[in-house]
Design a protein around this ligand. Structure first.
Ligand SMILES: [Zn+2]
Length: 487
């Protein structure tokens, strides 16, 4: 589907920044972005003082801008309990993304002159026939769902929370992107220091139909907030925002007065006159967040900001993309030590009640894909991350229904075998090369006569409050109280 295609392209860009910059496109804009992103971790935004916005412009565009906030309120309770997210590939029956013809008046160049004409432009419309939740039963959240009121309603009927994928970094020129036709709003485009519009850089190339947007444009704020409002009015449980990284500088106001016959006259304005695109982006995200939360505290923002980045503070949850497994490499990439280190470095965020979602791309053609799934689920849940993947066809679909509950004891590790006791079960991860047995003394409050090994559905007895399990080298296992496994 189109949205997932867009998403994959962006994913590819992000990965290029971090993984493949050495061997690819050393002088590309992507590298420039990566350097900016890295430097931002050190300097942005805590060093930046709150800036005043232009009140006249805010009034002109009917913007209600909350005061700047660095406060980390805890995420809603349901999110704090979440074990897994998914994108739910294949669950939307007869999904269609069509570009619907719409008559619009726009300026068209007719040989030697420009004139307003009625032309056919296109709005994207997404539809489904029905939704089959049985394939993802138990999952806490489905993201990247079609932008459709019916989708939200059908998912809710079957007890699922759903959020659509949104982006505020660029705009497509070939259809109304999030309800915005570019030719009606040239004032929202980023203008570089030479007065030129800027294509979004992607994987060493530039995309012909996508231009960067200005996060400091009050017009762009208004249009973006209107689309978020539409999604929330339709009943979304929140939103997913992609590409939450550094912005390029915009010099739009310097080039006002340059007449372009392709559009009616327009003015590029900046809401915050004396600051950077990055600061404006931070405040824009905070304003979007306030709008989403105005529909209820249980509504959420998930940000593809990466983790350990300054802007993740604006999300209830932020994403570590390509966690251990990715389409970009074969097998495991991050080690168990890497996972623990990232968790420690982001304790400031998670201790405040926010969540990190660790997204893995599993390769279904791999022989050990079921093992891969158990390894990544276990690694994520042992450090309290929410694991995100599509399990269909991996043999590990049961993990959608594994609700571990809170960790009742901290993560414990000895001889490269890590384990943790949760309210509803145990996770054991053996990072050594050989099989190891481990005997766990369960806390008194853990009342279960037996557990079920979710990998093979075998029952494991609890004897006098202890349980003994054997786990092969470099594998992980999940054991739950059978009654607590969602049926
Ligand atoms: Zn601008």
């Amino acid at each position: 589907m189109e949205v997932s295609k867009i998403y994959r392209i962006i994913v590819k860009t992000n990965l290029t920044m971090f993984v493949q910059t050495q061997k690819r496109i050393c002088n590309s804009i992507s590298v420039y972005f990566a350097i900016l992103l890295f430097s931002s971790i050190l300097i942005f935004p805590h060093a930046v003082k709150a800036q005043l916005y232009n009140k006249e412009l805010a009034n002109k565009y009917d913007l209600s801008i909350p005061p700047p906030s660095e406060k980390l309120d805890p995420a809603p309770k349901w999110l704090q309990k979440a074990d897994m997210f998914t994108r739910g590939n294949g669950i939307w029956k007869d999904y269609k993304f069509i570009l619907k013809d719409t008559l619009i008046t726009r300026i068209v160049r007719r040989r030697e002159q420009y004139k307003s004409l009625q032309v056919t432009e296109q709005y994207p419309v997404e539809t489904i026939n029905s939704f089959d939740g049985s394939l993802v039963k138990g999952v806490a959240l489905i993201s990247h769902v079609p932008h459709s009121k019916k989708v939200f309603e059908e998912a809710h009927k079957q007890g699922f929370k759903v959020i659509p994928y949104l982006h505020f970094t660029d705009i497509h020129t070939n259809y109304a992107d999030q309800d915005v036709f570019l030719f009606q709003h040239p004032e929202i485009l980023v203008v570089d220091k030479n007065g030129k519009w800027v294509h979004i850089p992607m994987d060493g190339t530039e995309r012909l139909f996508r231009f960067l947007t200005c996060a400091n444009s009050p017009s762009y704020w208004k249009l973006s907030l209107a689309y978020v409002k539409k999604m929330m009015e339709w009943g979304a449980d929140g939103i997913f925002i992609d590409n939450v990284g550094e912005r390029v500088s915009c010099y739009g106001p310097k080039f006002n007065g340059t007449r372009n016959p392709e559009f009616p006259p327009y003015v590029h304005e900046h809401l915050f006159p004396d600051t950077t695109e990055n600061y404006a982006w931070d405040r824009m995200l905070q304003t979007i967040r306030a709008l989403v939360k105005s529909y209820g505290e249980e509504k959420i923002i998930v940000l593809n900001s990466g983790i350990g980045t300054p802007l993740q503070k604006n999300g209830d949850c932020c994403m570590w993309e390509s966690f251990i497994y990715s389409w970009a490499w074969e097998g495991r990439h991050h080690t168990w030590e890497d996972v623990k280190k990232k968790a420690r470095n982001n304790a400031w965020y998670t201790n405040a009640g926010r969540r990190i979602t660790a997204m893995s791309y599993l390769d279904r053609s791999r022989k050990g894909v079921k093992e891969d799934a158990f390894w990544a689920f276990s690694a994520a849940r042992l450090v309290d991350f929410v694991w995100w993947t599509t399990l269909n066809g991996t043999g590990a679909e049961v993990l959608y229904r594994a609700h571990m509950g809170k960790g009742v004891e901290p993560l414990t590790e000895a001889h490269k075998i890590a384990y943790r006791i949760f309210e509803n079960g145990i996770i054991v991860l053996n990072d050594s090369d050989k099989e190891q047995s481990i005997e766990l003394i369960l806390p008194a409050r853990f009342r279960a006569k037996h557990l079920v090994n979710l990998f093979n559905n075998q029952v494991v007895k609890v004897t006098k409050g202890t349980v003994k399990v054997a786990v092969a080298g470099k594998t992980a296992r999940v054991y739950t109280i059978p009654e607590k496994l969602m049926q």
